[in-house]
Ligand binder design. Structure first.
Ligand code: SR1
Ligand code: MG
Length: 407
């Protein structure tokens, strides 16, 4: 009888036995087979790198009893199935752009994935101010393919509704609805991480701004009710593997049917975190590349989306003159809006980003945070002003000037 028929949290030793049992098609060298916990990990799960001396290797990811970031959070372990099935579907929409899934197991809530250790996690690489010239091209392709091809524009509507059912995860949506779309504006659960010297600024600009709250409330309701496409749902630089000639997106457990702009907005916001980190060390070459990448990503997304829409649209009413422009404008409004909420929640919420928290000089950190807060507000309050890559970069430059004037 297998010892993996009842759920428990596995140790590296358990993982070795587990992998032998779950991957009979891999000719593992049993003597040298080992599982180690990599240095980088996310906020929720346990990851193991499994390898042998013959060159075989995989990653195993297990959903634990509670989330790593907070023992009070115990999102359903079904998230591991969700992530595996989404990765498999994304691989059909954007072939080769996600890790291959070897197996997933709904008892141990674990899956075995392609070893991507020849890639770097993008957030870590960006902290070293590395440059990835292909990134805008790759990530725009990934987003256009996964978002457009999973939407009612392309999919048979009955099939799409089946996917809506298959990929719904109330617990993970609940995390996003609270952590991203509520708590940065009112610390209702008392778990925000606000940098103390910035407390007054946060109170004035985020907690006490009712006009902002109204726009965020609308974004929250759009996230909860607009099943536009199968979004990745957590498309930040910690969910992306990069190397000079390839990009892969992983960690799709927050995937759900929601507005497309949730993903595109996350990319814009997380590139801005890289920008403010570069600014803190006066790395002008890196900062220029990041700004160029923000603009290119948005412009390539619009260009590819527009072209693919024409080629792939199967919905007769969506071919009505004017519909495509209205649809893309809506995605751009959401891109600005959700870029704003991501900028805010990563600056003052529970799950901060190391791009900002690692800035040691107090004044520079204050500047970085104030840029994030002000550009986020600019995006949220003027969503329809952002129609091109340059518009997004201009919005950032304006916020930077405004933030500098406060210090
Ligand atoms: C409790 S999880 C906190 C955050 O980490 C994940 O990566 C998501 O971004 C989530 O909001
Ligand atoms: Mg994650």
């Amino acid at each position: 009888m297998s010892r993996f028929e009842t759920y428990f949290e596995m140790s590296p030793d358990d993982i070795v036995d587990y992998v032998l049992e779950k991957t009979p098609s891999i000719d593992w060298d049993r003597d040298s087979l080992k599982a180690i916990v990599p240095a980088e990990h996310g906020n929720l799960n346990y990851v193991f790198h499994v390898s042998d001396a013959k060159g075989n290797s995989i990653y195993v990811k297990q959903a634990g009893l509670e989330s790593r970031i907070s023992k009070d959070m115990k999102p359903s372990r079904d998230r591991n199935r969700l992530e595996s099935e989404i990765l498999e579907l994304e691989d059909t929409f954007a072939p080769g752009m996600v890790p291959h899934v070897f197996f997933y197991d709904t008892v141990m809530c674990a899956c075995g994935m392609e070893d991507c250790s020849d890639f770097e996690v993008m957030r870590a690489a960006m902290l070293k101010h590395e440059i990835f010239p292909r990134f805008a091209e790759d990530i725009s392709t990934f987003m256009v393919n996964t978002l457009l091809l999973s939407s009612d524009v392309v999919l048979d509507h009955c099939q799409k509704k089946e996917y809506v059912k298959q990929f719904i995860s109330p617990d993970l949506c609940d995390i996003t609805e609270k952590l991203v779309l509520m708590e940065p504006y009112a610390d209702l659960n008392h778990r925000n991480n606000v940098f103390p010297p910035n407390a007054d600024f946060v109170r004035e600009h985020l907690y006490n701004d009712e006009a902002l709250h109204l726009e965020v409330a609308k974004l929250k309701f759009r996230f909860m009710t607009d099943a536009q496409a199968l979004v990745h749902g957590d498309l930040h630089t910690g969910s992306i593997f990069v190397k000079k000639d390839a990009t892969k997106v992983f960690d799709s457990e927050f995937g759900t049917y929601a507005p497309m702009g949730y993903d595109t907005g996350n990319i814009v916001a997380n590139l801005i975190f890289s920008y403010v980190n570069g600014l803190a060390s006066d790395d002008t070459a890196f900062c220029s590349w990041v700004l160029e990448t923000i603009a290119k990503t948005v412009d390539l997304f619009i260009e590819k989306f527009d072209r693919e829409f024409d080629e792939r649209c199967t919905e007769p009413m969506a071919r009505t003159k004017g519909f495509k422009k209205w649809y893309i404008d809506g995605v751009l409004d959401d891109t600005a809006g959700y870029a704003g909420t991501e900028l805010h929640r990563r600056t003052v919420g529970l799950a901060n980003v190391v791009d900002v928290t690692s800035i040691k000089d107090e004044k520079k950190r204050l500047l970085a945070e104030r840029i994030n807060i002000l550009v986020g507000k600019n995006y949220i309050m003027h969503q329809s002003s952002f129609r091109s890559g340059d518009d997004f970069v201009m919005g950032l430059r304006e916020a930077q000037k405004e933030a500098e004037a406060t210090l």
